[in-house]
Ligand binder design. Sequence first.
Ligand code: ADP
Length: 161
Amino acid sequence: MKNKIAIYPGSFDPFTLGHKDIVERTLQFVDHIIIGIGVNSSKSSLFSTEDKILMIQEVFKGNNNVTILSYEGLTVDFVKQQKGNIIIRGIRNVSDFEYERNIADMNWALEKIETVILLANPKYSSLSSSIVRELIKHKKDISQFLPIELNNNILIKQCNQ
Ligand code: ADP
């Protein structure tokens, strides 16, 4: 699947080790990955879109094969606009599978865009952004769940204060 651009859409609120693992594995079979932060005005987010972009940029600093963008609207429209070839998603369990299958079916029906689904690395199959947000709410140290590049990130440090 070389010379391909993959789009990895998501909320990334925040970007975890599970997300990073999916990006790194995708880069083994595509040339470029665009991480697309979906902006949904009706869904509240702990981190702002700008902060999410800054954090993910820090994780992939110096890696020219990864681009971080945000988008509003339908993912298929974003994929077309970016000339993406495939959508990447990750699944941790059966409920993720059911959810992802519905979206993938819809994206195929709308624009014939293929979705490649990677199984979560077993190390991270219980890790979700929502659990991390819950830990932040209760002032717990979340560093073991986030990419090492974010250990000294000011936004993350603020969460622990
Ligand atoms: P969304 O709100 O679109 O589900 P997320 O940021 O929660 O966005 O997740 C983006 C994608 O990454 C989804 O396909 C999700 O299943 C996947 N994902 C989330 N956490 C993990 C993990 N720990 N391991 C593998 N994939 C994951």
